[in-house]
Unconditional design. Structure first.
Length: 455
């Protein structure tokens, strides 16, 4: 008679002592930032700023973060972002070092992408009418270019740059009002991405793959730099991107969408999973075509084509640069890591990535850097809290281990409720009421006046 198998997963409970240890980790991370500050006041306030970001405060702006810290005015939090003296780029480097320690450097994938921040006014640095991926249309917003660092353990944002439209760089008075340094000149989004990758190269950080969408894959300068420095990449390109390849009738130069008709057959396609989705593996059909680099087949350049199984007419094209012998499953696995940065943006905006109310150039960088630091801290907690899983049972009668790892929102919720709760003191709320009413009344007046002016 067959024995019954216990398939109930073993539960791992998070205790109050675990949450207290998580809080101590933040204090140790804060201690690493001490050399970046010239005075103790902004150094101490950064810890309060991080705790406010990790709390359940509805908006992570100067007003509510100051209220969470028990301060009677928002001036200190606003001064931290705009006027206090501290090394913002140094904190970014400390953030990157912490991410490397937590996530490791084995098979690391760097993902490039941008995120948009809708704004109402016209004085915030870099704001203007641009395509906003958050809303899917052209509107008044700021655009930031980000790098995400992903390994088998997890992923986290490690660098950021604010995109300044050309009209901003040509308006000296507007740049001075926003605190933009004179040395800052116009750079395209791929140039900003290259600037951040160069920082990784100078820091001698190993990278297995660089992954990006068509905004960056279509930039020849970025691809050339990565090839010259030996960084493998897989980047999406437009369907009309020119491709040089070897056809049966000789060497040809065609658009990416036309290559398939010359060299591919039905047996050249293989179905592979790009990543795990909410409904299971995300399966697509894939085919690869060698690309002639300088009219020669060096075995390192390919055109990778992705075809949707439900609708074969929907295809996506990728340029791939990798060592000889790289397989299609390895390329597909790298593409699957592209979606990690979307997870970073989702968690970041839940943590206040777009809640800032600062107009200055340096204020944007400081707020974004501190939110990225909080995200890296949460990612590290998720990894250490889960720990090594129990070995799989070999006996039919042995219980199976199926502990589900904690997520970033769950960790933040526990910390917010148990360690850094939102203050509920009536005295503090009453003390804030007058300042908040004045601020909200003036904002309503300005917005109403602007709407009436434009009809």
């Amino acid at each position: 008679m067959k024995q019954d198998k216990n398939i109930t997963p073993t539960e791992t409970k998070t205790t109050a002592s675990d949450v207290c240890r998580w809080a101590q980790t933040l204090f140790r991370l804060h201690e690493r930032l001490a050399p970046r500050f010239a005075r103790p006041e902004p150094y101490c306030r950064v810890l309060a700023y991080l705790q406010g970001i990790l709390s359940e405060t509805s908006r992570k702006n100067g007003w509510q973060l100051a209220e969470h810290a028990g301060e009677t005015r928002p001036d200190g939090m606003q001064r931290l972002l705009s006027q206090a003296t501290w090394d913002t780029d140094g904190v970014r480097d400390d953030l990157r070092s912490y991410v490397l320690e937590v996530l490791g450097q084995e098979d690391a994938i760097v993902v490039i992408d941008e995120s948009c921040f809708p704004k109402r006014g016209k004085k915030s640095a870099g704001v203007g009418l641009q395509y906003c991926g958050t809303t899917g249309r052209v509107e008044n917003c700021q655009v930031g270019v980000f790098l995400s660092y992903a390994t088998a353990k997890g992923c986290s944002l490690i660098d950021r740059e604010l995109y300044l439209p050309f009209d901003w760089c040509e308006d000296h008075d507007r740049c001075c009002a926003a605190g933009i340094p004179e040395a800052v000149c116009f750079q395209t989004k791929p140039e900003l991405a290259l600037r951040m990758i160069e920082r990784l190269w100078h820091a001698q950080i190993p990278i297995s793959w660089v992954v990006a969408d068509t905004v960056y894959g279509g930039n020849l300068d970025l691809r050339t730099w990565l090839e010259a420095h030996g960084y493998p990449y897989v980047m999406a390109v437009a369907c009309n991107e020119p491709v040089c390849f070897q056809a049966p009738i000789g060497r040809r130069r065609e658009e990416a969408a036309l290559v398939e008709a010359f060299v591919l057959h039905d047996e050249d396609w293989q179905r592979l999973s790009m990543s795990e989705g909410t409904k299971g593996p995300r399966l697509f059909d894939w085919a690869v075509v060698p690309i002639l680099h300088r009219w020669e087949d060096d075995g390192k350049h390919w055109l990778l084509i992705r075809r949707c199984g439900d609708d074969p007419s929907q295809k996506t094209y990728y340029f791939v640069f990798a060592p000889q012998g790289t397989t299609v499953p390895e390329m597909v696995k790298a593409i699957g890591a592209r979606w990690h940065i979307e997870e970073n943006f989702e968690n970041g905006k839940d943590t206040g990535l777009d809640h800032y109310e600062v107009r200055s150039f340096i204020g944007w960088y400081r707020h974004i850097t501190l939110v990225m630091l909080a995200l890296a801290y949460l990612a590290g907690i998720c990894i250490t809290a889960h720990g090594p899983t129990s070995p799989p049972a070999t006996s039919e009668s042995a219980p199976q281990s199926g502990a589900v790892p904690l997520t970033i929102p769950e960790v933040r919720h526990l910390l917010a409720r148990l360690i850094w709760p939102t203050p509920s003191s009536t005295r503090r709320v009453l003390a804030w009421s007058w300042w908040r009413r004045c601020h909200q009344s003036r904002a309503r007046y300005c917005h109403t006046k602007r709407r009436l002016k434009v009809g």
